[in-house]
Design a protein. Sequence first.
Length: 103
Amino acid sequence: MLKFIKKLFNKKEIARIKELEVENEKLKKELEKLSEYAAEMEYCIEMNEREEEQQELEATTEKCSCGGHLIPMYEDHPNWITICTSCDKRSANTDMSPIKEPA
C-alpha cells in the first residue's frame, strides 16, 4: 500500500501529508482539552446558580422545624399554603385562600 502511495505522490507531498496528520492529532487533543474545560465551566456555573438560589431561598422564606424552608405551594397564591422543602410539612393561611366559602 505504501508503494502505491509513493507512486501517486512525490516526497514533498508525502512529507506534507505526514505533517498534516501530526497537526490533526494535536488539534484533536486540543479540542478534547477544550471540551473538558467547557464541561468544568458549565458545572461551576450550575453550582454557582444553585448556591445563589439557595441563598435567595434562605433570605426570603421562613425555616421549618426540620431545617428545611417553607415555600409557597402554588405560585398563583403564594400566601395561602406553604410546604417544607425537606419534610413535606404544610401550613395553610385560610385568610388568604382563593376558595371563598359561601356567606
